[in-house]
Design a binder for this molecule. Structure first.
Ligand SMILES: CC(C)(COP(=O)(O)OP(=O)(O)OC[C@H]1O[C@@H](n2cnc3c(N)ncnc32)[C@H](O)[C@@H]1OP(=O)(O)O)[C@@H](O)C(=O)NCCC(=O)NCCS
Length: 144
């Protein structure tokens, strides 16, 4: 699936197009959640994701998102970013929208963690979870 956006931006879910070096540079060097993540883990995470979406312009990776999912019941949205300098013009919303509107559709429950981008996800139907359950986590011994 591909979608052309204004100003030469393009969304594509082809995992072969992902510039792993660029995604690794952002996740390991700039993200607040995956600092220092080794390149090999980024590569394997791309390969092991149910769906990845890249934001491109002139063939360059400008943003990325990936989904971990069974495609049926549940999906977890991770590693969402748009490069600084390209933010604040709606590309983040379009990146996530494209992820959510896959064809054939996944009628799944989406989950994610965010420190401060709630507004972006609220625009696409996410709400802050009001649950009686406690979110529990088990840390990876090798990666954040
Ligand atoms: C979060 C991110 C992907 C948003 O990309 P973007 O292209 O700037 O997003 P948009 O222009 O589509 O913004 C959509 C809405 O979300 C809000 N928003 C975006 N990023 C936000 C942030 N970090 N904090 C608070 N609100 C944010 C915007 O204000 C906008 O709402 P508005 O139209 O009511 O003003 C981008 O800022 C980014 O890559 N940040 C660093 C990595 C990161 O935090 N990723 C998200 C992890 S959950």
């Amino acid at each position: 699936m591909r979608r052309e956006l204004d100003d030469g931006y393009e969304l594509d879910d082809d995992p072969r197009r992902v510039d792993v070096g660029a995604v690794h540079a952002f996740i390991s060097g700039e993200s607040y959640w995956g600092r220092g993540r080794p390149r090999e883990l980024v590569e394997r995470a791309v390969e092991g994701s149910a769906r990845v979406v890249g934001l491109y312009r002139s063939g360059e990776q400008m943003g990325f998102a990936r989904a971990i999912s069974d495609g049926t019941i549940m999906a977890y949205l991770a590693d969402v970013y748009v490069l600084e300098g390209h933010r604040g013009r709606g590309l983040g919303v379009e990146l996530v929208r494209f992820m959510l509107e896959c064809d054939p559709p996944w009628n799944v429950r989406w989950l994610l963690h965010t420190a401060d981008a709630q507004r972006l996800y609220e625009k696409l139907g996410f709400i802050e979870a009001q649950t009686i359950y406690t979110l529990m986590e088990r840390a990876s011994p090798v990666a954040s």
